[in-house]
Design a protein around this ligand. Structure first.
Ligand code: GDP
Ligand code: MG
Length: 439
């Protein structure tokens, strides 16, 4: 979806003045790419009509940069299609234990997201409890226990012989006794929707009266996800959607359809199997991502999540003062290891995703060992001021670290690249901050 839309809009951007024909043509292409991305037909029709109407209006035709205006309109309308600002916020019970119910088809990613959500809540200072109500899928309870342990959150379970409704009730007692403030219920799924599952979910709902009923939908299933959402919503009156496996879905069609068809907000995106791969859903950021304008804010959030906050602030100060040295570089590389594949991150930065030189700046564990050895073979002075590392110093460092002059050169080059990238990054952060409204 992104590639197609981007090339269509790129063509428009280049034009000085736009005729009605230009816009018609562009809208046809936009329509095609949305349909190909498996966006619901009705949604596409409304979307394209809205864009067209505005594009033919005076705000575009009389502007000096009509192409750019159209891009902005497409962006605006994408945002509108995907939701409203602030609606992804979770609801909590201010006076009592809060309940979240996770539901969806088998394999949608409920158990995984249960762990991710717990991790997030814990980071926000809550005291969550996970409840194993999937008593059907073999090893489902064990899976939840593993997930709970990996994020340091307790799991309540009663084996697979007790009914899920009873388990939910008992979990409440446990929660009161242990000072739990948020209970997340991991429910069972089926391969297809069936009555008995829906009955069970309705009963759990009536028992715990959850603040949030979150439906997990696999983004890769496109239109099917929309149908699933409609049915679950009929039975349960869900409060929101978590779109999963967005990492594998380059098409982005589901996000565009669901909000419109079901009229319930998307609250989170699950973008991988690891516990930190859960992002709050922001319509404006998703629109920017689809249009290839990059999603700087999400990267910064991801970085903040992985980085020690104090260190991150230190690093920012250093960047501003321009004294980012080799020790910082090493620290940065070590932290980036926690952020997942660098390519993913770079892909989100406008103008950098395509930069081959930076793409080569891979952080793998083996490289990191060499990097560490090299930097540790430098004197304090050299680390603080890499400029003084001349030829003979390079030879000495190579020998000391058991590497080669070539490797030392390579590292110093990477350090330079990183410094440049980070400068670009903080400059971008500033401009993004200024035009917040636009996303
Ligand atoms: P459940 O049956 O709904 O509880 O689904 P699970 O949480 O057990 O997930 C099913 C499979 O999908 C597991 O192999 C997960 O690791 C995987 N999975 C879950 N969420 C994501 C995601 O966001 N991205 C990717 N790539 N895989 C995911
Ligand atoms: Mg499960």
């Amino acid at each position: 979806l992104s590639d197609k839309l981007q090339s269509t809009l790129q063509k428009l951007k280049g034009k000085g003045k736009l005729s009605e024909k230009d816009i018609d043509l562009a809208m046809k292409e936009v329509k095609m790419s949305l349909l190909e991305a498996d966006v619901n037909y009705k949604v596409v029709k409304t979307f394209v009509n809205n864009v067209k109407e505005r594009a033919l209006g005076s705000e575009v035709m009389e502007s000096l940069t009509p192409g750019q205006q159209v891009v902005k309109i497409v962006h605006d309308e994408l945002v509108k299609t995907m939701g409203q600002q602030g609606e992804s916020k979770l609801k909590f019970n201010p006076n009592d234990i809060t309940y979240f119910m996770m539901c969806g088809l088998q394999g949608a990613g409920k158990t995984t997201a249960t762990g991710k959500l717990a991790r997030k809540l814990k980071k926000d200072g809550k005291k969550p409890l996970l409840v194993a109500c999937d008593i059907y899928r073999p090893a489902a309870i064990k899976q939840l226990e593993v997930v709970g342990e990996s994020v340091g959150v307790p799991v309540f379970q009663m084996g697979d012989k007790t009914s899920p409704v009873t388990i939910a009730k008992e979990a409440t007692k446990y929660a009161m006794k242990h000072g739990i403030d948020v209970v997340i219920i991991d429910t069972a799924g089926r391969l297809h929707i069936d009555e008995s599952l829906m009955d069970e979910l309705v009963q759990i709902k009536q028992t715990v009266k959850p603040e949030e009923i979150l439906l997990l939908l696999d983004a890769m299933t496109g239109q099917d996800a929309v149908k699933v959402a409609e049915t679950f919503n009929q039975y349960l009156d869900i409060t929101g959607v978590i779109l999963t496996k967005v990492d594998g879905d380059a098409r982005g069609g589901a996000a565009l359809s669901i909000r419109n068809v079901v009229e319930k907000p998307i609250k989170f995106l699950s973008v991988g199997e690891k516990m930190d791969q859960l992002e709050i859903f922001y319509p404006d950021r998703m629109a920017s991502r689809i249009l290839g304008m990059g999603d700087v804010l999400s990267i910064i959030e991801k970085a903040q999540d992985a980085f020690d906050e104090k260190q991150a602030i230190e690093m920012q100060k250093k960047l501003k003062k321009q004294d980012f040295n080799l020790d910082d570089f090493l620290q940065q590389l070590q932290q980036m290891k926690n952020m997942g594949p660098l390519e993913d991150l770079l892909g989100m930065i406008p103008g950098i995703g395509q930069n081959k030189k930076l793409k080569d700046l891979k952080i793998n564990e083996k490289e990191l060992v060499f990097t560490e050895a090299i930097i540790q073979s430098m004197t304090k002075k050299e680390r603080a001021n890499p400029n003084i590392i001349n030829g003979s110093r390079r030879k000495r460092i190579a020998a000391g670290s058991g590497t080669s002059v070539q490797r030392v050169n390579q590292l110093l080059k990477q350090y330079d690249d990183m410094k440049k990238m980070m400068k670009k990054f903080s400059a971008m952060e500033k401009t993004m901050g200024k035009k917040k409204g636009l996303g």
